[in-house]
Design a protein around this ligand. Sequence first.
Ligand code: TXA
Ligand code: MG
Length: 319
Amino acid sequence: MAEIGIDINKAKSILEAGSLVAIPTETVYGLAGNAFDQKAVASIFEVKKRPSFDPLIVHTHSLDSVKELVKKIPTKALLLAERFWPGPLTILLPKKQVIPDLVTSGLDTVAIRIPQQSLTLELLKSLDFPLVAPSANPFGYVSPTSAQHVNKQLGEHIEYILDGGNCTVGLESTIVGFDDEAKATIYRLGGTSKEKIESIIGTVQVNDHSTSNPKAPGMLASHYSPGKKVILGSFEELEKIEKSSSTASITFSKPLKGIGISHTVVLAADGKLTTAAQNLFSALRELDKPSVKTILAERAPDHGLGLAINDRLKRAAAE
Ligand code: TXA
Ligand code: MG
């Protein structure tokens, strides 16, 4: 198992030596390594059992440092960066040579993000290289939102987990790209809502399906698999389904009748989408136990973070 702690200097020296550290971000925990070190990058793919066609996000600490990594920043991208960084937004930008091809799986764009979590931001400022960090879970599984989630699945492969407590957003960052100066596309719905993005740059298109979306190759239909049959529906639809002792439920604000308490998760007793987002991934993990065969999951309201929550539930439900 990995050591868990809050020692930024320890994390720094492990990363400088070319090894990996799990880091907290406001979205989910990441498995981090030196973005300029091919060996470190390769070991991330190995530990996650991630296919090499699925590129990584590069994390850094300031707009100035971003400019060292990319050839240019379109006007609208700059507007988004100024408004939402540090925060749960990733922007696809034309990469400079300093970024190894392994990081971008050969694409000529690199995904960049400045995270907000304070320990990680401080760590990034102390390093003289950026960090690549995919979510710190085995490929295809639910992303981790606590140090304990990381330790349980990847602990034996990592020396150190920097502990930032529970992630405050709980969903991965939103990924936005620009075909040209004018046209913005969301390739992954996430912690920064479509509405917030549109309030800054106007209408954006959403293109988040892997099959038609070679630009975000990691967005496979069956991602976020909790290893169970997941049935997605409205509260009323789920009420009509026959339950057994192996049925579990994840609902938005009130519990479903006919399901035992140990199989029942209500995501947001306060009715807030931000609370539901915070709790979603730990709920999927909690119900990934032998006594559960089927998870009935209530569709969230179709706006704001609800869109990203429903995206993850749909992927969890995909066979
Ligand atoms: O919130 C997050 O973004 C977290 C935290 C740790 O920062 N990271 C994360 O990384 O979710 P990962 O590797 O689990 O997901 C990154 C996604 C993948 O679907 C990948 O295909 C896509 O970003 N991606 C990375 N680089 C890309 C690029 N150049 N073009 C298109 N998609 C890219
Ligand atoms: Mg991931």
